[in-house]
Design a protein around this ligand. Sequence first.
Ligand code: BDR
Ligand code: CA
Length: 312
Amino acid sequence: MTARKIIIDTDPGQDDAVALLLAMASPELDILGITVVAGNVPLALTEVNTRKVCELAGRSDIPVYAGCDAPLERPLVTAEHVHGKTGLDGADLPEPTMRLQDRHAVDFIIDTIRNSDPGQITLCPLGPLTNIAEALTRAPDITAKIAEIVLMGGGYFEQGNITPSAEFNIYVDPEAAKIVFGAGVKLTVIPLDCTHKALTNPARVKAFRVLGTPVGDAVAGLTDFFERFDKEKYGSVGAPLHDPCVIAYLLQPDLFQGRFINVEIETASQLTLGSTVADWWRVSGRKPNATFIRDIDDEGFFTLLTERLGRL
Ligand code: BDR
Ligand code: CA
């Protein structure tokens, strides 16, 4: 088996952390590097959090690069009200000792794709799309070489979570999202319509804890913390594990269902800024540019996740 080469772009965030752990537990994936962006919390925290998670998994060999500390054209909006002050509240992970790479994340993305054969590298953005858009803008020649972008962001039937009509990752940097969605790269979008069906519940969190490992305990602690906000907001039994869905899609795409449709990003309206205008019903006549995922086999997803976390 040749492992699929990926670059994960992330803003940990409890669900980002679980996504990183799932990827690091999976031999089907070759993580070339992890690039970090400002999002859930400022960059100074997201990059430290990423290194903490690498060390938790025993993967301090994976290079971590810090990227953009603010969206392309707007001030940063963060989500401490969801993720806590550190971004990783719920797990008490030690300060990392592995070093942060000197190179900027955007340079790493550009150079790595430029030096690869076409169709070799998949990008997995789990946060605002600033680093990815910056790379595509500065080096348009890499566009044709990217195998695929599989990202968490947006929502159509579920609309938004940070505003009534926008999902957090797209809302934070809508100009970046517009660039990525318009780039002509093979694009798979995992929106709230999918992730809101991947809910934790007491039995699923218990299964993490029952692993009896530092990773299992950390993931249970992180999900315990992360759940409280969504349970209160939605009256649900648990919280959506948004970002791990991206990694699960790479590992087991048959768990997911969606449609190849046109998706555009709203960047002008004050009221609906950052909304993903998904032409699910194919009424616009606009050219399809994304596979927009709506459904997930949630049992299959949690079985995969728990089994993989158990390997760490
Ligand atoms: C997305 O926003 C962040 O809060 C999560 O990490 C996820 O990437 C969900 O809207
Ligand atoms: Ca995220």
